[in-house]
Design a protein around this ligand. Structure first.
Ligand SMILES: [Zn+2]
Length: 106
């Protein structure tokens, strides 16, 4: 009779983690708030702003999406989704041509 010896298979896990830099003791949770903007949700998708409202005539709305200098705010700041940003930008450009919005404000 063969004696069955339970084989203990030990897998040697060699986790060699190479630490690349980061040994300066800098805390990763350190974040600087560069700009203050409210929550990033597409206001057009959520229904806060209706599709019909996005026209070149609605200067007050469009003005919220441009900088004081007249530049169009990027999506990452306003939180507008790609689809609606494109519509928005098109309307802003129309408004600019009609001199409702500035190309460049001083
Ligand atoms: Zn959207």
């Amino acid at each position: 009779m063969d004696v069955v010896v339970p084989e203990e298979v030990e897998k040697e896990k060699e986790e060699s983690l190479e630490q690349e830099g980061g040994e300066r003791g800098a805390s990763p949770e350190k974040e600087k708030k560069r700009f203050f903007y409210s929550k990033k949700v597409c206001r057009f998708c959520t229904g806060q702003i209706k599709k019909e409202e996005v026209t070149y005539k609605n200067v007050e709305l469009l003005r919220r999406y441009i900088m004081p200098s007249g530049k169009i705010l990027p999506r990452r700041i306003t939180g507008t989704c790609t689809k609606h940003q494109r519509v928005l930008v098109a309307e802003i450009k129309k408004a600019r041509i009609l001199a409702l919005l500035p190309f460049l404000a001083r």
